[in-house]
Design a protein around this ligand. Structure first.
Ligand code: SAH
Ligand code: SF4
Length: 393
């Protein structure tokens, strides 16, 4: 496709509810919630105040039951309960790694499942959330990329992952969480399943809710969106979300990047770098994270490291080296530790931070790019159970 062709969305976001059913308030922007309340009979002059009250119950207190919203009149609460719901994705399974990493499999409307990973660290905790079921892109080293895309997540399903994790971590004030302690869930990375910039509006609305000062209150500096390089949406991300940006760079020549990250054929390295150059200024963020997966003999030479430095010159950057997480049937091997260290060293000496990402939750297949197998295994075993029990269909 030509580089300037418009982005086509291969998938549609399904409506959150059938029009005649109750509307889920989770995931609505303040404006959308206001409109919904007015459509449901809330007088226009009260609507803004009602949004403020309901918003705080949902996002600050973690309340899911209208009856508990005690600053609203009883009759109004009953009205709300008839027309609206406060619903989160359903947690199907929860696994805890020996290193404390937690992986949740959550079910969303239509019976689809996505994975959410919580990674506890010293003084902070990062939640890795998904933006799509599967991914339309087909990066050759990524397990999610081999999964057939099913659909985009709604804003409610995206911010719902954060709320589900807060439930499990006991982080709502109603669960007795202390107010001023370091938060267990202090950071969000959009590095789970899917390409967030192919689901821009829903990701934006969800992150705006996560950042809202009267709710979950995560600073935009604590939210990192990772993209494979959807160039036309990068400026919009700076303007409309303003979060930190990570880019799946992974190669230093177009020839290699075309193979690893095929979206490079649409927007090549030069175009990507151009878009990245203006990001920090527009978003008022400090630096861009360049993600670089270390693949044995493919992109890990000293020459690659030096080329990388030349390419990113002038961009405030940190290079995050990711040891390849192998999955069954993967066409690559992880670079040796010595190779990764040598690569990191060259970059570090050129003046860039070059942390090597420690794979977390490997025992529960929770590491980057592995989000698929467990789901598929679970599916398979359920299918097997059905077959064994003589159930079909
Ligand atoms: N689609 C987005 C975000 C999800 S992937 C993107 O591609 O940026 C999050 C990160 O994990 C990306 O940098 C991705 O390239 C990397 N990744 C994917 N599969 C991996 C694997 N098997 N081992 C290590 N990193 C992987
Ligand atoms: Fe999709 Fe990201 Fe995996 Fe590429 S690396 S297939 S963009 S999830």
């Amino acid at each position: 496709m030509a580089a300037n062709a418009p982005i086509t969305q291969d998938v549609m976001t399904i409506p959150r509810k059938l029009p005649e059913g109750p509307i889920n308030l989770v995931g609505l922007t303040r404006e959308a919630m206001r409109d919904a309340l007015i459509a449901a009979g809330t007088p226009e002059r009260q609507a803004k105040m009602r949004v403020g009250q309901i918003w705080q119950w949902i996002y600050q207190w973690g309340v899911r039951d209208f009856a508990a919203m005690t600053n609203l009149a009883k009759a109004y609460r009953a009205d709300l309960a008839e027309r609206f719901v406060i619903e989160l994705p359903e947690v199907v399974s929860r696994q805890v790694s020996i290193d404390g990493t937690r992986k949740y499999l959550v079910r969303i409307a239509g019976g689809h499942e996505v994975e959410v990973v919580y990674i506890p660290e010293e003084g902070r905790g990062t939640l890795c959330i998904s933006s799509q079921v599967g991914c339309t892109l087909t990066c050759s080293f990524c397990h999610t990329g081999t999964q057939k895309l099913v659909r985009n997540l709604t804003a409610g399903e995206i911010v719902g992952q954060v709320m589900v994790a807060r439930d499990d971590l006991g982080e709502w004030p109603t669960q007795g969480a202390p107010k001023d302690e370091t938060r267990l869930l202090s950071n969000i990375v959009l590095m789970g399943m899917g390409e967030p910039l192919y689901n821009f509006e829903n990701v934006r609305d969800a992150m705006k809710i996560a950042m809202d000062s009267e709710g979950i209150q995560l600073s935009r500096r604590r939210i990192t969106l990772s993209t494979s390089g959807v160039v036309p949406e990068i400026a919009r991300t700076a303007q409309e979300i303003g979060c930190q940006l990570a880019v799946s760079f992974h190669a230093t020549t177009d020839e290699v990047r075309d193979k690893l990250v095929p979206i490079n054929k649409k927007w090549n390295i030069a175009e990507l770098l151009d878009a990245l150059r203006s990001y920090p200024k527009v978003s008022n963020s400090e630096r861009i994270t360049f993600e670089y997966v270390m693949l044995d003999g493919v992109n890990d030479s000293d020459e690659d490291a030096r080329r990388l430095i030349r390419l990113i010159e002038g961009i405030p950057a940190k290079i995050n080296l990711i040891p390849f997480n192998e999955w069954p049937g993967a066409p690559y091997k992880r670079s040796s530790n010595n190779r990764i260290r040598a690569f990191a060293d060259i970059i570090y000496k050129a003046g860039y931070a070059s942390p090597i990402r420690t794979p977390r939750g490997e025992d529960i297949m929770a590491a980057c790019g592995q989000l698929k197998s467990a789901t598929e295994r679970a599916r398979k075993s359920r299918a097997q159970i059905a077959a064994e029990s003589g159930l079909t269909g």
